[in-house]
Design a protein around this ligand. Sequence first.
Ligand code: HEC
Length: 92
Amino acid sequence: MGTEKAAGTADNKGQQLMASLDCNTCHKEHEKVIGPAFADIAKKYTSADEEMLAKKVIAGGSGNWGTVPMTAHPDLKLEDAKEMVKYVLSVK
Ligand code: HEC
């Protein structure tokens, strides 16, 4: 048993990165905004999809949830995108 990490604490690197970017304009943890809720994304995918999802965050695109596209984030490093995807997939 590790120490419990409450959602919203700043010790999660992916979450910190997202706060510094525009992700939260279109996504919330538990509600669909423009993009799907992170909890719904976490239900649909597993950690095996991390790399694919990280690339999608960088390239942007639509089709998995509807026709509304996610904007591209071409300046993101794959490594950082993966940290964010890890966080997204951890949302319950
Ligand atoms: C302009 C609004 C917008 C912004 C900004 C945005 N997203 Fe999205 N996001 C979307 C939409 C819309 C989808 C659904 C795309 C689809 O249907 O394939 C999505 C899908 C996703 C998915 C799931 C991809 C899939 O193929 O299922 C992840 C993971 C994600 N976003 C993470 C992020 C992260 C991390 C950021 C910040 C770097 C971000 N999003 C910024 C709108 C946005």
